[in-house]
Design a binder for this molecule. Structure first.
Ligand code: PLP
Length: 221
């Protein structure tokens, strides 16, 4: 099988599974598929673009700068999500290139983003990332500080559309997804970015509005 066929099969399969999960879940909006293209080059991304996918996720600003300006100018309607940690010295590049920032997790970053968006005249939707498993090594705001950060983002004029999280690896993700959904509801937020290749169907059943899927579309990294 050619590389192109393999890639298209991944996308079609994922879209089919999303449809099924949405049917099983019942009423609600259709989740947005964020195709996570980190580590894959423009050539590997091309077939997925050709198949009509327009929402993509990258976890590193520097890496994204190497491939997305060209892909964006060659294709209409691309929406690029930053799904990895953002250092304040990269905020300028991030605001210029990305369309959605999913990883707002601290006051300093919220302030830098608000300032830079004002400067560039680009009001990007953002998610607040929550450290839902309370893990030392993971980014994300602590669960008990989430309300405070969401409130600050709103005061700063950021367009907060939801919460994002990565549950701990090697533990059943269901309870974490449910907890994130509760937290979002409490904060009056509709958006829920949760679920990756291994667990997106369960995330959809628990209310995900955005699923971030890499390896199931592009293959192993
Ligand atoms: C890599 C990554 C994903 C996608 O992971 P897969 O298991 O390849 O689907 C989703 N979210 C974040 C934050 C990631 O870094």
């Amino acid at each position: 099988m050619s590389l192109k066929t393999v890639l298209e099969t991944g996308l079609e399969t994922v879209l089919g599974k999303i449809e099924t999960a949405v049917r099983d879940r019942g009423p609600g909006r259709k989740p947005v598929l964020v195709a996570v293209s980190k580590t894959f080059d423009a050539k590997a991304i091309a077939p997925v673009l050709a198949a009509g996918q327009r929402v993509f996720g990258e976890n590193r600003v520097q890496e994204a700068l190497g491939k997305w300006p060209g892909l964006k100018s060659a294709h209409e309607g691309i929406e690029l999500h930053l799904i990895g940690p953002l250092q304040t010295n990269k905020v300028r590049d991030a605001v210029a290139l990305f369309d959605v920032i999913e990883t707002v997790d601290r006051e300093k970053l919220a302030r830098a983003l608000a300032r830079e968006m004002g400067k560039q005249g680009r009001t990007l939707p953002v998610f607040v990332q929550v450290n839902i498993g309370d893990e030392l090594q993971k980014s994300g705001v602590a669960i008990e500080k989430t309300g405070e950060l969401v409130a600050l983002c709103r005061e700063l004029g950021l367009n907060v559309i939801g919460l994002m999280a990565l549950p701990p690896a090697n533990r059943p993700p269901g309870p974490y997804f449910a907890q994130l959904a509760d937290l979002a509801k409490k904060e009056g937020l509709d958006g829920l970015s949760m679920g990756m290749s291994a667990d997106f169907e369960q995330a959809i059943l628990l209310g995900a509005t955005h699923v971030r899927i890499g390896s199931a579309i592009f293959g192993g990294r």
